[in-house]
Design a protein around this ligand. Sequence first.
Ligand SMILES: Nc1ncnc2c1ncn2[C@@H]1O[C@H](COP(=O)(O)OP(=O)(O)OP(=O)(O)O)[C@@H](O)[C@H]1O
Length: 269
Amino acid sequence: MSSLVPPPSDQDNPHARPGTPALSIRGLAKRFGDKVAVNGVNLEVPSGSFFGLVGPNGAGKTTTLSMATGLLRPEHGQALVHGVDVWQNPLEAKKLMGILPDGVRLFDRLSGEQLVTYAGLLRGMDRATVAERTGDLLRALDLTNDAGTLVVDYSAGMTKKIALASALIHAPKLLVLDEPFESVDPVSAANIRDILTGYVRSGGSVIVSSHVMDLVQRMCDHVAVIAAGTVLAAGTIDEVRGEGTLEDRFVELVGGRNTTEGLSWLRTS
Ligand SMILES: Nc1ncnc2c1ncn2[C@@H]1O[C@H](COP(=O)(O)OP(=O)(O)OP(=O)(O)O)[C@@H](O)[C@H]1O
């Protein structure tokens, strides 16, 4: 399964410098009105790592990843992909990345197959390679039977998977995936995990946001915990979790467990 996705290639990426982190986020900050969404975030995603970004709802994960991938202009700070500045040199930086954004609209009047093909052609790939990789990706993500269905008629999980296929088609050096497992069934999630693990093993780097601590603990080698726009902890999984589970550490760092005493009216007996 994992071998279906070709390993990342340096061929088209003369700007990628070996030895530099896959992604460096330096002092990124963003406000929406009075609300500070991201408050000077620094993160280093080592090349060849599988990096998890976790945090409670509204922590600033999507805003951080959007600024790091050129989708949302930061107020302050810098993001470098393999040493290439995303905002100074966006075309070169974007060649190095495959992005699965959260909540961004797809060209959903295309069929799934057309959408992935379009993503490949936009990346300047030749038609034969695009056709071969599109077939591989649709098979790997169990979408072959729905290849001809319009994306607008896809379920939430199918939409997530076709967006992921579009992010993978050019075998980027870095994958930035915002909640790739949300709405995805367990078999497809296991397939996606296999694809991503094989991709990292072959030299690619992944940063993935997720709410599923157990998954991050099993799948990733590095993690950062973010809350209220600030990084609370970052490092290898073992460094961050210490003696306990990542979930225990997350709750300890983030807090916010509420008792349900105020909801006595919800009890039926
Ligand atoms: N376009 C926007 N306009 C106004 N406020 C926004 C906007 N986007 C995000 N925010 C606010 O910024 C903060 C961070 O949001 P963000 O979506 O980055 O969090 P998140 O960690 O991805 O959350 P979740 O886990 O729920 O997806 C939240 O308080 C949110 O309400």
